[in-house]
Design a binder for this molecule. Structure first.
Ligand code: AMP
Ligand code: GLY
Length: 427
């Protein structure tokens, strides 16, 4: 099969590496891809959001299967557009992608079907939001822009003044664009966070191994929120008992709800969960693989990814094996100094040969790299994800950090405490 993966970050690199293990995968492309991905796949410079150009390219090259990995093309209906020209694709259609693309949609879905989540109200009038927040008078309060905001449309406000500033930023200054026309105001929850990615075919849901993201830029969970500075899998807080509870109260009801609403979910449904004192609750849904969760989850997948993906498209997931190893994985992100704010690009990366180190059980996933005059250079905020696998988490972390030390570029920033909270929880 000739396969196209749409996107160009570390997640897409991890998907490509996993797909290439399949005996059925004979040729693989990535659009737009990046410098490091080009060692593993042919890259084509088409923006992931350019649905028309992507579909035209997919037709021209006669791809047998397309994996749409990024949220915005999914929300824009790339899977629908590919289906219209007879090309099967992995991922939800636009109607089902609303589970991530509209917080108002997903919150209302959870309320209607009794799926545990933070209490909330939705608003489209800035004056009414502040009336509600003042009347409620409980801080911190969480304010979320409705639409896709690159993970940045969530504000945790400690007092009335911060809430007022936040509402102004989102609804009046439109800091996150049109996604600020509607906001969700919700209760602040506490507890460990768990990411659970799952395969869905519209009816059946099969969860993958759990993982833990590290969203803040600096050690000890300080600094700004980022796309994710590192991950470990499995997540030690996610015990078998918690998993069973999540399956019964969250996963199965969500998939059934989407089917009932006339938009069955096919693809990877990501459950962002918080294990609160009142039980697991949904913080957010994503309609795609997580980044950098994918970089620790897929290296532990023992079954054939291409077969599973096709089963989600064809509705045969119930009969398809989804098996993970019992080992552990850790991913350390090497970022450009200054990320997630401003940072420089074009720094020469040393310590890699054809994009990889020579360490055993280590894979370097490229998020923001380019090849310039034959040299590998930085080209984004998150540059590389160094993943290691081992029988248990301590060894995986050790191998990932050792390999990360052999890679260098000017102003490299990484967290030094990825996995420490997980290790403490295991004691
Ligand atoms: P999101 O973009 O929805 O993943 O939110 C980003 C981060 O904000 C989450 O990973 C949580 O750490 C935090 N967060 C979001 N909603 C809540 C909430 N209701 N209570 C506490 N923290 C939250
Ligand atoms: N790592 C969080 C996300 O992919 O949304």
């Amino acid at each position: 099969m000739k396969i196209l993966v749409v996107g160009g970050g570390g997640r897409e690199h991890a998907i490509i590496r996993a797909l290439k293990k399949s005996p059925d995968c004979t040729e693989i492309w990535c659009a737009p891809g990046n410098g490091g991905i080009s060692y593993d796949a042919k890259c084509k410079a088409i923006a992931a959001t350019d649905v028309q150009a992507m579909v035209a390219f997919a037709k021209e090259e006669a791809f047998d299967y397309v994996v749409v990995a990024q949220d915005d093309p999914l929300a824009l209906g790339m899977v629908d557009a590919l289906a219209a020209v007879g090309i099967p694709a992995f991922g939800p259609n636009a109607a089902a992608a609303r589970i991530e693309a509209s917080k108002v949609f997903s919150k209302n879905l959870m309320k209607r079907y009794g799926i545990p989540t933070a209490d909330y109200e939705t608003f489209d009038d800035p004056a009414k939001v502040m009336d509600y927040i003042r009347g409620r008078n409980k801080y911190p309060v969480v304010i979320k822009a409705d639409g896709l905001a690159l993970g940045k449309g969530v504000l945790i406000c400690q007092n009335e003044q911060e809430a007022e500033d936040g509402v102004k930023e989102i609804m009046l200054d439109k800091k996150f664009g049109a996604s600020g026309n509607h906001v969700v105001v919700e209760e602040f929850l506490t507890g460990p966070e768990v990411s659970v990615l799952s395969f869905c075919d519209g009816k059946t849901v099969k969860p993958m191994v759990s993982s833990m993201d590290h969203k803040r830029a600096l050690d000890h969970d300080e600094g700004l929120n980022t796309g994710g500075m590192g991950t470990v899998a499995p997540n030690p807080y996610y015990t078998d008992a918690v998993a069973a509870e999540c399956m019964e109260k969250i996963f199965l009801p969500t998939v059934a709800a989407m089917e009932k609403e006339g938009c069955p979910f096919k693809g990877c449904l990501y459950f962002g969960l918080m294990l609160t004192p009142d039980g697991p609750k949904v913080i957010e849904y994503n309609c795609r693989f997580g980044d950098p969760e994918t970089q620790v989850v897929l290296p532990l997948l023992e079954s054939d990814l291409l077969t599973i993906m096709q089963a989600t498209t064809n509705g045969t997931l119930a009969e398809t094996e989804v098996k993970f190893s019992t080992g552990a994985a850790a991913c350390v992100i090497l970022a450009s100094g200054g990320y997630p704010l401003s940072y420089e690009k074009g720094k020469i990366i040393t310590g890699l040969t054809n994009g990889q180190t020579d360490a055993d059980d280590v894979t370097v996933y490229h998020a923001g790299t380019a090849i310039r005059d034959g040299a590998l250079v930085t080209a984004g905020g998150r540059v590389l994800g160094v993943t290691a696998t081992a029988a248990a988490l301590p060894a995986a972390l050790d191998k990932a950090y050792k390999a990360a030390e052999s890679i260098q570029f000017d102003k490299l920033h990484k967290r030094t405490d990825i996995g420490q909270r997980a290790l403490a929880a295991m004691k």
